[in-house]
Design a protein around this ligand. Structure first.
Ligand SMILES: [Zn+2]
Length: 276
């Protein structure tokens, strides 16, 4: 039951995410004016502004002028609902749910804006840094005691921002151009405040891996237009989301080592004994 409420809240905020995605890169206010059709400027009535449902009822067309509404709008709403729901599965109906839903909302908006405009709005990154640190005292992901959690949040913030800052400095020195945007640095400082240093570095690793794989495919299929900037934000968001569900890196390494040991004991040593 609570899960349905969280999902519905995600849908509604997904609708607001669309407003942010459209207006923030165009330097427009996200509160005024009210939602209107981008074609005929007609204000959208509340009953035509219900997440996902209105799009289906109106068959993807403006009620006033009949112009096509992008499929991206209901998709963003639906994805936001699913992201919120996944946080509910992770944290239950607890204090943790609210800051992490805010993190999901921010990552979704950042992904969409960075994908289209190659910018990450500072408003979100700074908000994440503040909320991450302020709510760290009940963030059990960061440690057992309150003081541990607050310190972990700060270290996470420094590790997330600092590691990408170092990459940016080295990149600039090697390639004589900006390899890493300031937006990426601030975003990962914000994520680090939520998840701590181990997970934020793991997130950056996953982002780099995913980015490289997609990059190789794009080069292979000659989809890259020269000088076209590739946004790193969507990969960072993906990595940040993934680490919430993955065990911490040292658990993964321990597990791999355990597998290897078992493999050595079971197969290699017995084979050696058989040989002997
Ligand atoms: Zn219209």
């Amino acid at each position: 039951m609570e899960g349905i409420l969280v999902f519905l809240l995600g849908l509604i905020l997904g609708s607001f995410a669309n407003v942010c995605i459209y207006r923030m890169p165009r330097n427009m206010s996200v509160v005024k004016p009210a939602s209107h059709c981008t074609n005929c400027n007609n204000f959208i009535k509340w009953y035509d502004n219900i997440p996902v449902l209105s799009y289906i009822i109106l068959r993807g067309k403006c009620r006033n002028c009949g112009s096509k509404i992008s499929f991206i709008y209901p998709s963003i709403e639906f994805v936001c609902g699913l992201l919120f729901l996944s946080m509910f599965f992770l944290f239950g109906f607890s204090y943790m749910l609210f800051p992490f839903c805010l993190l999901m909302f921010s990552l979704l908006v950042i992904t969409a804006i960075d994908f289209e405009f190659q910018i990450i709005p500072d408003e979100f990154s700074f908000m994440l840094m503040i909320v991450g640190v302020v709510t760290s005292f009940f963030n059990f992901m960061l440690g057992d005691t309150i003081s541990q959690r607050i310190i972990s949040s700060f270290i996470g913030l420094l590790a997330g921002g600092g590691s990408l800052f170092i990459v940016a400095v080295i990149g600039k020195w090697l390639f004589k151009k900006d390899a890493m945007g300031g937006g990426d640095i601030k975003l990962m400082a914000g994520v680090g405040a939520f998840v701590g240093w181990e997970k934020v570095l793991f997130a950056i690793f996953i982002a780099s891996l995913a980015g490289s794989i997609v990059g190789i495919f794009l080069i292979l299929f000659k989809k890259i237009i020269k000088k076209q900037e590739i946004a790193f934000g969507p990969y960072l968001a993906l990595g940040s989301y993934a680490v919430l569900f993955l065990p911490s890196p040292n658990v993964v390494i321990n597990y791999l080592m355990m597998l290897e040991e078992n493999f050595l004991v079971k197969y290699v040593f017995t084979n050696i004994q058989n040989l002997g």
